[in-house]
Ligand binder design. Structure first.
Ligand code: SF4
Ligand code: SF4
Length: 374
């Protein structure tokens, strides 16, 4: 890893160079009832909109590489003359509709399948905190490293430039407990604010050449110490903690613990926690056919394991009808199953789920209660 420093005033120049591509970063969206600013990721056209002093965004940036809704493919009926989707070809029923085999009676048309990965321009994610960068690294393991890599996700990741930014730990952040308070990979450039200077960690050649275009230099030993001091100050600011020692074993031992029912009774099964989480990737697939029977599409939607019908299977049987079994499953996936598969937790400790949950169910409280089970 290479290190550079540049004056804070140069950041706008960096932004302008990158703005040839689409930039997504933290922006202010309003205020809560206590007057605290609310932030979210959005497309940023003007440097003044970018709020790198943000506390935490409500949602992660997931929607830009793992959209909530996405067409996996679309289908169009193409008749022999190539007039797809109209009523000019021979018809199966006299009204231009194909028969069940996908061809029109007396015609030689067929269904044409189209796949669009939804990548139209390079994307710059500007200002991701370490927890969100580490969340991307975890998603990469599942969606790119497995036997069947996800090309929709892979194409978006390949067209992404990531600028990380240092953060100020909030009272609900427990990323330090999850080992995700610092990122050592998964970004091109990571910026740590040191008063009038930015300390830059450079991981890609594109980031290196980008910095050549601004007023930038090597840090001296005094600036190295300033950077390490910034890290030490940040570490001292964490309030929330999760004891992860032997957690997978404890979860196995406490699978039937009564606390799961207590948390399940509070849970509203709304699925908000999965929507805001940077690492939840479960999804469902639906197929839709247009009324004219000439067009169809296969749609993927992110889903939540807390939703009532998550475990409904063919025939209508729901093998997790009770909210506590679904809530427990979410915790076991994050803190046990994923650890078994990848030797790390699927939770990065961003605290978003607890902040957004109307029932005020937070990861530190749930884990602490399970550890304290008698
Ligand atoms: S834990 Fe909270 S956010 Fe998640 S489904 Fe239950 S009530 Fe909704
Ligand atoms: S489970 Fe909650 S704290 Fe953990 S990564 Fe997801 S939103 Fe963040």
């Amino acid at each position: 890893m290479l290190f550079k420093v540049f004056p804070v005033g140069e950041l706008i120049r960096l932004f302008e160079i990158l703005s040839a591509d689409r930039i997504v970063g933290p922006v202010k969206k309003g205020e809560d009832q206590h007057g605290h600013s609310l932030y979210d990721f959005d497309v940023v056209h003007d440097f003044a909109e970018l709020r790198l002093d943000y506390t935490q965004t409500i949602h992660s940036a997931k929607n830009y590489f793992l959209p909530y809704r996405e067409d996996l493919c679309t289908f169009t009926f193409q008749d022999a003359a190539g007039a797809g989707g109209d009523e000019t070809g021979g018809s199966g029923d006299g009204q231009g509709r194909p028969n069940a085999a996908g061809a029109r009676d007396g015609g030689s048309g067929d269904w044409q399948k189209e796949v669009d990965y939804g990548v139209y321009a390079p994307l710059v994610l500007f200002g991701l905190h370490p927890c969100d960068i580490n969340a991307l690294n975890k998603l990469d393991k599942v969606l790119l490293g497995g036997r069947y890599p996800n090309p929709f996700y892979g194409e978006k990741r390949a067209n992404m430039f990531i600028v990380g930014h240092s953060c100020n730990p909030q009272p609900f952040c427990f990323c330090k407990s999850m080992g995700t308070d610092s990122a050592i990979r998964g970004f091109d450039l990571f910026l740590t604010r040191m008063d009038d200077l930015y300390f830059a960690e450079v991981l890609s050649s594109r980031a290196f050449h980008l910095l050549e275009q601004i007023d930038c230099r090597e840090p001296d030993s005094r600036e190295h110490r300033r950077y390490l001091n910034e890290m030490a100050v940040k570490e001292s600011l964490f309030v929330a903690h999760v004891d992860t020692s032997d957690l997978t074993k404890i979860l196995d031992l406490e699978f039937q613990a009564p606390v799961w029912k207590e948390w399940g009774e509070k849970c509203l099964s709304c699925g908000t926690c999965a929507q805001v989480c940077p690492t939840c990737y479960c999804y469902g697939v639906e197929e839709h056919v247009d009324m004219d029977l000439n067009h169809g599409r296969k749609e993927k939607k992110l889903y939540s394991c807390n939703l009532l019908d998550f475990a409904v299977v063919a025939g209508g049987h729901n093998f997790r009808p009770e909210s506590h079994t679904r809530l427990k499953y979410r915790y076991y996936h994050k803190h046990r199953g994923f650890v078994e598969a990848f030797e790390e937790s699927l939770c990065v400790g961003c605290g978003r789920c607890g902040q957004s949950c109307l029932a005020r169910i937070t990861v530190p409280e749930v884990i602490a209660s399970v550890r304290a089970s008698k």
